[in-house]
Each structure stands twice: as structure tokens, then as C-alpha cells.
Ligand binder design. Structure first.
Ligand code: 5RP
Length: 218
């Protein structure tokens, strides 16, 4: 199976976690796009969606799925999104698509986080994928220096502004043995909006696409 077929398979499997008559939290990226396409097939049985990016909102609307502002939603039973890396504790690195802040907000509200990923995303230790950090533009150099003090190698993601008008710094060279602690530590740096570690609020379920079928981890 190709990587795209694995992504499609997990997107399809995630539909099982979507209750009837609910608002669904929807992530960002190529795997989340497959999920949006699957959601379109069952749009008659959901009330709408909250999107974690402008791109996902556009795709949902193109399918005729109502997109709601998170502020008017009382309950979000489920949030479905991909990941750049996920470990066996279901801690993740996210933000490859620069949508990490809105993703973390929607994930914080949702009762269940269903991570959908192909097998290449499962790792023993997070950090081979550079850790994205969303930063207020005027704090870029300050945040970069602080990251160097923590042992990382920061690189500005050239030509990218987030949906919130901020920049992304990708941190290379960190073997992240303690994701919960590092997530907290990075959030303490003045000028950091969000970091791409999703550890304090990890995934509840991982649907992993493998050549042998979709594996479920909890
Ligand atoms: C976007 C994300 C995505 O979930 C992550 O980059 C995975 O993307 P893909 O499904 O395309 O591999 O965090 O900010």
C-alpha cells in the first residue's frame, strides 16, 4: 500500500468515532484532508465541524459541511487530526502544516483526540522531525537564543506566516525524552505562542495505517 492509501484507510476508520448529531473537531494536513473527504460521505448525520485552519475550513465548506466558530460550540466529542511524529505514549509532534496553535486549542476543548497517521509517524523517541514553534514575529531572535540555550538548533521557516499572523521556528537536533516537561518549558519563553509538542494533552486513540491493516493504540 502507498503512504496515501494508508492515510485514506485511517481516515475512513476514524469515522467510527464520530457520533451522530455532533460537531466534529477537524485537524489540518494531508491525512486530515482524507478525513474531511470521508466526513463528506456522512455529512447528513453530523451538525457541522470546527476547523483548526483556514485551509481545512475551506475544504469542509467545499463539501457543504457547515463550519462553526469554536466559541459558539458547547461540546466537541471528538477531534480528528494527523501528526508529524507520535510515540508509544501517544505524545505527538505537530505543526508541520503550521496550524499547531489552532490545533492545540481545538484539541483542548475536545473530549477525545483521535490521531490518524501512517506507520512512518510512529517513533520511540520524538525529535527527529524538527519541532515547530509558533512565535510572535518581534520575538523571533529572542526565542531563537533561548532555544539554543536549551540545546536545540532553531531555523526560521522561510516565507511562512500562520493563520494567526505569526512566524514558525523549527527546532532541529532535540531528542525529546521528556515531552511533557519540555512542552511546559518552551511555553515559558516569552514570545512563544504555542509549541508543537502535544504531550500534556496527548492523543486518546491512535489509528495507525500499516501494510497489515489499521492498528488501534490507546
Ligand atoms: C499540521 C499538522 C499535521 O497534522 C501534521 O503536519 C501531519 O500532516 P500530514 O497528515 O500531512 O502528514 O500538525 O499543522
Amino acid at each position: 500500500m502507498t503512504q496515501d492509501e494508508l492515510k485514506q484507510a485511517v481516515a475512513k476508520a476514524a469515522i467510527e468515532y464520530v457520533p451522530d448529531n455532533c460537531i466534529v473537531g477537524v485537524g489540518t494536513g494531508s491525512t486530515a484532508n482524507y478525513f474531511i473527504d470521508e466526513l463528506a460521505r456522512i455529512k447528513g448525520r453530523i451538525d457541522g465541524a470546527v476547523a483548526s485552519s483556514e485551509a481545512s475550513a475551506q475544504r469542509l465548506k467545499a463539501h457543504g459541511i457547515p463550519v462553526l466558530d469554536l466559541n459558539v460550540v458547547d461540546e466537541l466529542p471528538v477531534y480528528v487530526d494527523g501528526a508529524d511524529e507520535i510515540n508509544h505514549q501517544l505524545h505527538m509532534i505537530k505543526g508541520g502544516g503550521a496550524a499547531l496553535t489552532r490545533e492545540k486549542i481545538v484539541a483542548a476543548v475536545a473530549k477525545q483526540f483521535i490521531c490518524i497517521a501512517d506507520q512512518s509517524k510512529l517513533v520511540d523517541v520524538l525529535g527527529t522531525f524538527p519541532l515547530p514553534i509558533e512565535v510572535i514575529p518581534m520575538a523571533r531572535s529572542h526565542v531563537g537564543r533561548e532555544i539554543v540555550r536549551l540545546g536545540g538548533h532553531p531555523a526560521l521557516r522561510e516565507g511562512v506566516l500562520t493563520d494567526n499572523g505569526n512566524v514558525i521556528i523549527d527546532v532541529h537536533g532535540m531528542q525529546i525524552a521528556q515531552p511533557v516537561e519540555l512542552e511546559k518549558q518552551l511555553d515559558q519563553i516569552v514570545g512563544v505562542v504555542t509549541n508543537g509538542l502535544f504531550a500534556a494533552r496527548r492523543a486518546d486513540v491512535l489509528l495507525l495505517g500499516t501494510a497489515q491493516g489499521v492498528r488501534t493504540y490507546k
